[in-house]
Design a protein around this ligand. Structure first.
Ligand code: DAK
Length: 257
């Protein structure tokens, strides 16, 4: 399928979505967001895909929502815009999603990377929520997810003063999984995704769901939720296969059932 704003491809069991609007630093206009979410849904529904990578260009993952598109909007138009719904759709993706980030990840671009499950960053990556410079604040999770990741002190500096985080700072504060040279960041992300994609599909989904539940539940409810997900996995063929393979010293063959 041809797209206007993104490129998609697969490498083995990894589905790759690449923003393709580099002249505008991959600013997230509605066309780009809509194509991205359709591509993510398609990979999520495809049994041949085990893990998804979302990436931009070397200069910018994405420099935020398209300022030109929303500059004249009224509150009612912003509320009616499908924009925020795209983030909800991203949260519904069951397969692991890795953001491969190089260059600018700002505003909505940073929020999108944070809404993914993991971030592989190039040394050139810069994370920021500079909405304050536009007379607004983050609207797609920036104040919440960034604060949960890096803590109040730094998050305040980012939100109130538009401070960017370097890749190393992002690593130090637990926002990203790893920092690698710019020449290899995408390959590293795909390599990590390929390893994950070989694992038991249902367990992957439930592991992701259980970790994300931390943000929604008390510890007690979260522990109970985890336990129920754990029990439910004993109804899968993959649990029987995984444990039998261990006992018989062989490699498991996952069926996703
Ligand atoms: N939107 C539109 N165009 C953008 C853009 C953006 N966010 N960022 C860059 N561009 C365009 C520039 O306008 C320029 O286009 P031309 O002038 O060449 O046509 C081209 O990309 C190259 O940018 P620069 O010439 O500015 O490049 P520099 O290297 O000088 O600067 C920069 C790079 C990343 C520092 C700078 O471009 C910049 O500050 N960009 C804006 C960053 C920003 O403020 N991002 C936050 C946007 S607000 C919502 C929830 C959330 C949101 C929206 C709705 N709802 C609940 C509905 C999210 C809001 C945001 O993300």
């Amino acid at each position: 399928m041809t797209h206007e704003y993104i490129l998609t491809r697969t490498e083995g069991r990894v589905g790759i979505v690449q923003f393709n609007r580099s002249k505008a630093l991959n600013a997230l206009n509605s066309g780009l967001m809509s194509e991205t979410m359709d591509a993510l849904d398609a990979f999520d529904a495809d049994d041949a895909i085990g893990c998804i990578v979302v990436t931009g260009s070397e200069r910018a993952f994405a420099a935020g929502a398209d300022i030109k598109e929303m500059a004249d909007a009224t509150p009612a138009e912003m509320m009616a815009s499908p924009f925020i719904g795209y983030w909800d759709r991203l949260r519904q993706i069951g397969k692991p999603v890795i953001a491969a980030v190089s260059g600018y990840a700002l505003g909505g671009g940073c929020e999108l990377a944070m809404a993914c499950d993991m971030i592989v960053a190039s040394e050139t990556a810069r994370f920021g929520q500079p909405e304050i410079n536009l007379g607004v604040i983050p609207g797609a999770g920036g104040t919440q997810r960034m604060t949960l990741a890096v803590g109040k002190a730094l998050a305040m500096e980012m939100m109130l003063n538009g401070r960017y985080l370097t890749a190393d700072e992002a690593l130090k504060h637990g926002l990203v999984n790893r920092v690698v040279p710019a020449e290899v960041y995408l390959n590293e992300a795909i390599k990590l995704a390929a390893e994950i994609a070989e694992r038991a599909p249902i367990a992957l989904r439930l592991a992701k769901e259980a970790v994300n539940a931390v943000y929604e539940m008390s510890l007690q409810t979260g522990l109970a939720y985890e336990r129920h997900l754990f029990y439910s996995l004993f109804s899968t063929a993959d649990q029987k296969e995984g444990m039998d393979a261990f006992i018989n010293k062989r490699k498991p063959e996952w069926k996703g059932k």
